[in-house]
Design a protein around this ligand. Structure first.
Ligand SMILES: NC(=O)c1ccc[n+]([C@@H]2O[C@H](COP(=O)([O-])OP(=O)(O)OC[C@H]3O[C@@H](n4cnc5c(N)ncnc54)[C@H](OP(=O)(O)O)[C@@H]3O)[C@@H](O)[C@H]2O)c1
Length: 259
């Protein structure tokens, strides 16, 4: 893999590339893969878009995260299980000052989750799955999931992005990796909770049909500007690291973003 930006270089250290301005500062980064025509799925899942470079970056971003966050759709369709950190990956995490465990946080209002699934039963100590939900969630499901997970109320009718982020940060989970999906990303970005977008662009035209990396009914008043902080390339696939430069509502500068 080679870097095109910020400095051209061959054989890039992917971890070093994504650890810069991240490990020490923390933040919320969103990771997506899309086709050149903007599809977020091929055959209903992201798998058809993945490349070997994207898979390596996906793993590296997990290595550099305190928590993996995802919406219920992604957790269900992609079959999320509790994340077991292998000894090899734990060693990489330690090199960057991260703990050996990587909990998952699911964003959901309906709580349509099976309390007996691996997402809850296969967790290691200190990595209970976190369920980020809201007051409108069914009370009986809240009670059932509270037996096996940390259920956190973050808002009334839907999960408020800022409250969800704060709930994770209060638990010391300050390097937050969101793996989507498009609905969850829309809410996070509209809520001003996103610092960074890591976007893999696969050299493929999927054609009409699939959704983009942002969909749904989140309020979106104006385009939000992105700053390209870095760009990698491998076999024609591009891997961009964008920083958010403005909020969705105002497009004004974000105080939290350094240069
Ligand atoms: N290309 C990629 O990199 C990539 C990445 C991830 C996913 N995907 C693809 O995207 C598709 C899934 O899309 P999706 O948009 O359904 O996934 P999603 O955003 O993961 O899940 C959407 C669901 O999560 C819950 N949710 C999200 N934000 C919420 C909020 N603020 N408050 C309350 N609930 C919230 C809602 O579920 P409830 O209301 O039912 O609780 C909502 O219907 C799959 O095909 C997957 O393969 C692609």
């Amino acid at each position: 893999m080679r870097a095109l930006l910020p400095e051209p270089a061959d054989d890039v250290d992917v971890h070093a590339f994504y650890a810069t301005d991240w490990v020490d500062t923390g933040g919320l980064r969103v990771n997506f893969v899309a086709s050149a025509d903007g599809a977020a799925q091929a055959d209903g899942r992201s798998k058809g878009l993945q490349t070997s470079g994207d898979n390596r970056i996906f793993a590296a971003l997990r290595d550099l995260a305190d928590v993996v966050m995802a919406g219920l759709g992604t957790v269900t369709i992609e079959g999320y299980r509790a994340i077991r950190v292998s000894p090899r990956r734990a060693a990489i995490r330690r090199e960057h000052g991260l703990r050996d465990v990587l909990p998952t946080a699911v964003v959901t209002r309906s709580l349509r989750l099976d309390a007996g699934s691996s997402l809850f039963t296969d967790v290691v100590p200190d990595a209970r799955t976190i369920v980020l939900t809201c007051e409108a969630a069914p009370v009986d499901r809240r009670r059932a999931l509270a037996e096996v997970a940390d259920v956190v109320l973050c808002g009334d009718r839907e999960v408020d992005a800022a409250l969800a982020r704060a709930a994770l940060e209060e638990r010391g989970l300050t390097r937050i990796l969101s793996e989507g999906g498009p609905n969850a990303f829309a809410h996070l970005a509209a809520g001003g909770a996103v610092d960074e977008l890591c976007l893999s662009v696969t050299p493929l035209l999927v054609g009409p049909g699939p959704t983009r990396i942002i969909v749904g009914d989140a309020e979106w008043d104006a385009p939000a500007a992105l700053e390209l902080a870095g760009l990698l390339e491998e076999d024609g696939a591009l891997f961009a690291r964008y920083r958010m430069r403005g909020t969705i509502a105002s497009s004004g500068p974000r105080e939290s973003m350094g240069g």
